[in-house]
Design a protein around this ligand. Structure first.
Ligand code: ATP
Ligand code: MG
Length: 418
């Protein structure tokens, strides 16, 4: 049996970078006041169709959707924001305190063409803030993301930011865009030609060469912002500048989901070729109301966890190799029984200890101690048990000492400085 196309195992030998990221990220998020939320993997199709947008690539062709036994459409989540907004509304979180800050990590599912950095099950680290309209919430998230990547030792990244405006300024922009595209309609790909009336903004996100050509010199959202959106974006830019966070204003950045308003951004890397976006975020002030909740401004970002780890591997950012404090070489049944008990006790006390229960020879057990990167080896053979003295070998210095069995655990703890 094999995994299905676009799905993969992440094996224990590759997990340390994932864990390093989780540890670093969650500690940073907690210190900024974010709380972890866990949401289901499966939701009603309608949730994603309504929030992400009927004419987006995700909803039109990338979702894993199937009917339940009653024929209702269910979908494996392609992203987390919609579900978190649903949860915020469902549990009336806004009533007790409208300001909520969440983070989560978990798998997302999109039926895309699999390639390096693009999978059908992939992982995201997601951060969302509900209830704050101020531009400082936007800056804080961009800063937070930037700081996390710095802490992880990432280089070669660039932040692209844009403002997509709001329902106030969008109609005028859409008209300007439609007027501009008027004579260039023939250049648009089939998909965009079909979407143009329903959702002209989607065309800006199309990667087809002919659409890109049609868009040369197209109007930009930032030149059509209403005064409120303009002020908002100004605070974002000037504050980032003051903080020394580098960014590029990218007029062509619109993001692949319909719910975004005002600030949108993407962090791109030079190390992954075509799959260059390691994280993306934006404001979505209309989503909570659209899904049936009270009007609530909100903003968030998602990190592509798989891609982040790939960048770290490319940059050879190593995480600590797992080591063992103690490996017990137990020779014979009597030694095995004792070793088992010592090992349980030591592990309970925080000394990372292992015993090999297969009854192997001294030589092969020493080999295994090396393989497991054991710092110390305790040798318990019949002879040692009879003499009431075991041998403790420091695998780094090769020094050997004797330890009396009677006081074994406390003495080992002192020697191993636990
Ligand atoms: P892309 O332009 O690469 O398709 P996207 O705009 O569709 O990305 P988002 O929906 O913004 O992606 O998701 C946030 C992040 O999740 C992306 O920046 C990327 O790092 C990661 N991501 C998205 N789709 C995949 C995928 N199929 N496999 C791996 N990572 C992905
Ligand atoms: Mg995509």
């Amino acid at each position: 049996m094999q995994t299905i196309r676009g799905f993969r195992d992440i094996l224990p030998e590759h997990i340390s970078l994932w864990q390093k990221v989780e540890k670093e990220a969650f500690a940073l998020f907690e210190s900024f006041g974010f709380k972890e939320i866990r949401i289901p993997v499966l939701e009603k199709t309608e949730l994603f169709a309504r929030s992400i947008g009927e004419t987006t690539d995700i909803v039109e062709k990338e979702m894993y959707t199937f009917p339940d036994s009653k024929g209702n459409g269910l979908t494996l989540r392609p992203e987390a924001t919609a579900s978190i907004a649903r949860s915020y509304i469902q549990h009336k979180m806004y009533a007790a305190d409208p300001v909520r800050k969440f983070y989560m990590t978990g798998p997302m599912f999109r039926r895309e063409r699999p390639q390096k950095g693009r999978y059908r099950q992939f992982y995201q680290i997601d951060v969302e803030v509900f209830g704050v309209e101020s531009a400082y919430a936007d800056v804080e998230l961009i800063f937070l993301l930037n700081d996390l990547f710095k802490r992880l030792g990432l280089t070669g990244l660039s932040a692209h930011i844009n403002s997509l405006g709001c329902p106030e300024c969008r109609p005028a922009f859409q008209k300007a865009l439609l007027d501009f595209l008027g004579e260039r309609k023939d250049l648009l790909c089939e998909n965009c030609a079909r979407r143009i009336q329903k959702n002209p903004l989607r065309i800006l996100d199309c990667k087809t060469a002919s659409c890109q050509k049609a868009l040369e010199g197209a109007p930009a959202t930032i030149n059509h912002l209403c005064p409120a959106c303009d002020d908002h974006f100004t605070i974002v830019r000037t504050t980032l500048e003051k903080q020394g966070v580098e960014f590029i204003v990218d007029k062509s950045l619109v993001r692949g989901l319909d719910y975004y308003t005002r600030t949108a951004w993407e962090i791109k890397t030079t190390t992954l070729g075509a799959q260059s976006a390691v994280a993306g975020g934006g404001r979505y002030d209309g989503l909570v109301k659209e899904l049936g909740g009270p009007a609530t401004p909100a903003i968030g970002f998602a990190i592509g966890f798989d891609r982040l780890v790939e960048v770290m591997e490319q940059l050879e950012i190593e995480s600590i190799k797992p080591t063992l404090d103690l490996f017990i070489v137990a020779l014979g049944d009597q030694a095995m029984e004792k070793a088992y008990q010592w090992s349980c006790e030591l592990n309970q006390q925080g000394v990372r200890t292992e015993v090999d229960f297969r009854g192997k020879s001294l030589k092969s057990l020493m080999k295994r101690a090396n393989k497991l990167n054991a710092n110390h080896v305790l040798i318990a053979g019949e002879d040692e048990l009879n003499k009431n003295q075991l041998i403790l070998r420091n695998m780094n210095t090769k020094d050997q000492t004797f330890i009396a069995i009677d006081n074994l655990v406390p003495e080992l703890m002192t020697i191993l400085k636990k």
